[in-house]
Design a protein around this ligand. Structure first.
Ligand SMILES: Cc1cc2nc3c(=O)[nH]c(=O)nc-3n(C[C@H](O)[C@H](O)[C@H](O)COP(=O)(O)O)c2cc1C
Length: 367
């Protein structure tokens, strides 16, 4: 393929892959797309290790990073886990008790909670530390996940010949991204995994394309095959931003239990819920998200407290007991179309083949 984004990054196909897994990032870039490593919640030391590994394995192909630089968040470092509201803690404990998930001995539970939360890196200060690490590597793209990146960050990146993009789910926010100097905008429809808005890709993408023209736009949310890539291009996007589809590949980070659950799930199992992070997040339906729909359940806490609540009082218990009904992972509505294992290279090849077939079909129809 050949368009502005291919030229901007020296890639063969404008398929941008979000993944928390370094193997996926490397494989996508080696297959001709551009892998973007998500680093929410990663420790800066871990980021350094992953980027070194990527540099050693990616064969000089371009890649990027995705950071969570929230405009407004409680500073987690200053939130003590003992300060989580007791009625919310009791709700989680009772839920797990009733489901027969064994409690941990109190000292172990406390240690596990504090260890997990020590690895919870989501403050703007921590994002900046991670960014410093990234800037020492040959990254070609920085994508900001929550809101517009600060203008000085954009200028710093540009001075290092790094492009900057930002995710968006609403037209009004897209213009802010353009105004701070972003080189591209990622329009993410509600179908997507993770934090997402309410507007579907089909309606959102062309609106954002028009709003930020002439900036290039990537269409995200529901792109996992060639016909969906063709749709994004037809609606004015110049490439696709894909996250969920990589989860079905053998390179992905999933445990066998979650992989099995994902491959068996249908579209309606990818629910939009505030129970994971406190913000609207699309994730695999599970007993924890369902419990908050029941009458009398509390409202989820604001971000990042809801996340901390689960990490401190649910996660370790569930993982130790391998309590399948509570297992979840961010995934988009695409999950209904993800029924068998594949490899990253195969996904990219299938996508391009189906794109070419779609073009032929349309050409024949339009002639
Ligand atoms: C497992 C998983 C975790 C995600 N975590 C993040 C994240 O930390 N930051 C972010 O910007 N987007 C995150 N996303 C969302 C992707 O960036 C992307 O917007 C989305 O996956 C695109 O829609 P799709 O899932 O339909 O392909 C995540 C996606 C997945 C599948």
């Amino acid at each position: 393929m050949n368009n502005r984004l291919c030229a901007m990054f020296g890639i063969e196909a404008p398929i941008f892959a979000f993944s928390h897994c370094r193997d996926v990032v490397v494989e996508v870039s080696r297959a001709g797309g551009l892998g973007v490593l998500g680093m929410a919640r990663a420790h800066p030391d871990r980021v350094e290790e992953d980027l070194r590994w990527i540099d050693a394995h990616i064969g000089g192909r371009p890649y990027g990073v995705d950071i969570l630089m929230p405009a407004k968040y409680e500073d987690v470092a200053e939130v003590d886990i003992d300060a989580l509201p007791p009625e919310h803690v009791a709700f989680v404990q009772q839920l797990l008790d009733e489901a027969g998930v064994p409690r941990l001995p109190p000292d172990q539970a406390d240690r596990a909670a504090r260890e997990l939360l020590a690895g919870f890196h989501m403050t703007p200060r921590e994002s900046l530390r991670m960014l410093e690490v990234c800037l020492r590597h040959p990254i070609k793209l920085i994508v900001n996940a929550l809101g517009s990146p600060p203008r000085d960050l954009v200028e710093r990146a540009h001075a290092l010949d790094i492009k900057v993009g930002a995710l968006v789910g609403q037209v009004a926010h897209a213009r802010k991204h353009r105004d701070v100097g972003c080189d591209l905008v990622v329009a993410v429809g509600t179908e997507a995994a993770g934090h997402t808005g309410e507007i579907g890709s089909m309606v959102l993408w062309p609106r954002i394309v028009d709003a930020v023209a002439p900036l290039p736009v990537l269409g995200g949310g529901g792109v996992g095959r060639g016909r969906q890539l063709a749709a994004a291009l037809a609606l004015g996007c110049e490439g696709a931003w894909c996250g969920s589809i990589w989860l079905k590949t053998v390179q992905s980070e999933l445990t066998p239990e979650i992989r099995a659950k994902l491959l068996a799930a249908g579209e309606r199992d990818a629910v939009l819920t505030r129970t994971v992070t406190g913000k609207s997040c699309r994730t695999l339906r599970n007993a924890f998200s369902a419990a908050y729909d029941a009458p009398g359940a509390p409202e989820p806490l604001p971000a990042p407290l809801q996340n901390m609540l689960w990490w401190a009082h649910g996660r370790t218990r569930v993982e130790r007991a391998r309590a399948e009904p509570f297992l979840t992972y961010p995934v988009g509505q695409l999950v209904g179309d993800m029924n068998a294992d594949s490899s990253v290279r195969q996904v990219v090849q299938d996508m391009l083949l189906e794109l070419a077939e779609t073009k032929e079909r349309l050409d024949a129809m339009l002639d």
